[in-house]
Write a protein that binds this ligand. Sequence first.
Ligand code: ADA
Length: 573
Amino acid sequence: MKRLFNEHLKRNVIDLGGAWKFLVDKDNNGEENGWQNGLPSGDTVIVPSVWNNELRLLNFEGCGWYEKKFITNGGTLLLEFESVMTTATVWLDGKEIGTHYGAFTAFRFVVNDISCGEHTLVVRADSRIDKKSFPQRYTDWFNYGGIARDVSLHELNGISIFTNHIVYELSKDLKNATVSCELELYNASSSALSSPVSVKVGDFPIFTDMVYLEGYEKMTVKSTPVVIENVSLWDMDTPNLYTVTATTATDDLIDKVGFRYVEVKDNNILLNGKSIELLGVNRHEEHPDWGFAFPSKLMKKDIDLMVEMGCNTIRGSHYPNSKIFLDMLDERGILFWSEIPMWGCGFSEEALKDADIVAKGLAMHKEMTRDYYNHPSIIIWGMHNEICTSFPCTIDLTKQYYEHLRKNGGNRLITHASNHPFDDLCMDYNDIICINIYYGWYNYHGWTGGLADWDRFVKEFGERRQAKGWGDKPVIMSEFGAAALAGFHSHFDTVRWSEEYQSDLLEYCLELFHKTDYMRGTYIWQFANIRTSYSMEINRVRYFNNKGILDEYRNPKASFFKIKELYEKFANE
Ligand code: ADA
């Protein structure tokens, strides 16, 4: 994985980024024509990238084939893909080694008995959307295709470490941590092996043992909890991180962890026992020049801008973000909401009842918790966004996701973003209630569409919350906003699409939500404009969702300065 630090000292990891051969498969018959053995021709592309931006294939939705030749010492190899959009099929020397569905989570394939020398890796990325896609056809972001995040080759040797989750509980006074680890080990050799295994958190050893694995066996090891006294907590002002080192005789895995406790108490969100107000924005990891192949230097720039605006939290709408971005948030003490791309009303009632779709979502949650478990910055898991939570069938799905996240997701608050605040049937599975709504922008049935609708909403939802017995659950406004065309101004505060209208609406909302006693945070929709679908499934001016506080090139609109003023004021109260 591309991280801010080295994950391995003992393991040989080869970055497979850079020049690949690329060929579009317009008739989808590449496999029939034997492309898995090597592409007959092709352009040179730089991976990671999406084909839409860089090859003038803006609207192409289909299969793109990639080929890379690499040299290895051989043996057992692990091929790691951080993001392929959206169905990936991978061949090594003409032999299929696996497939994966899902654009925003990493996957890995292990292959044994590989000879020393040159090999050919071929990947087919299929960006087509069908009835079982995540998201569905109707969605508010652009459907890019390609190998959008890094690819790497790991030469495994002996007993190797796949994952290492640091599981901990803090004492009531938050001074001591009871810590254990859960390791996923694999014997990369064909013969049985034993090896010492040890795990340290900082300088503190939390596990040492001998393990024995048969050839090519996989094993999960859970250690006995030990107490680390006087831990330095991870907090927003003091983001203390500990380096976690797991080693075997022949392999290692290095990660970072931070100790912190998030909880909900008496209608408050507490981080390390202190009440916090979430001052945030929604952000897509997208840029018109790079699509979802978002460069890490722009991640840093986005974070700088969000911090300048006074944000202490970011919602990664609407999918798991790059690991390196999470590393940056861990280091800077910024809180993060991570979710899967189960987006919106595109999911029909039939789809929400479909066992394959429900299972696909669960698989994405499993991949998210597997790879993101140790990040202290993640304080919220989002189960889904704006699906129809007033269908009874959605309760079953939500319950499954909730149970997975509660059991395997560490210390985080679980929620979903609801646009059904008055008839949502799933809020019992929420630690915090999160509402997306756009009064003053969209017209809702029976509401006038003016700013005063917000006051009515705050009052009526407050009553519903009490009536349903959710009085101790804080409410977060997880989306609200208005579009503004950068550079379009008006003296009249009712002129939509102007920078002034957007700024006024956000000011009205932020002041109101901040003084509403049951609300504890805001995620404005959205940080920067994003490209949306060209297929006109969603009608968007310029084919962009223009609700950004900054335009798509990160130039501030008027609301940027208003939000900075308000978020700084709230933080200082
Ligand atoms: C929804 C959705 C966002 C975006 C927004 C909008 O709330 O979750 O992804 O589409 O609406 O701009 O309408």
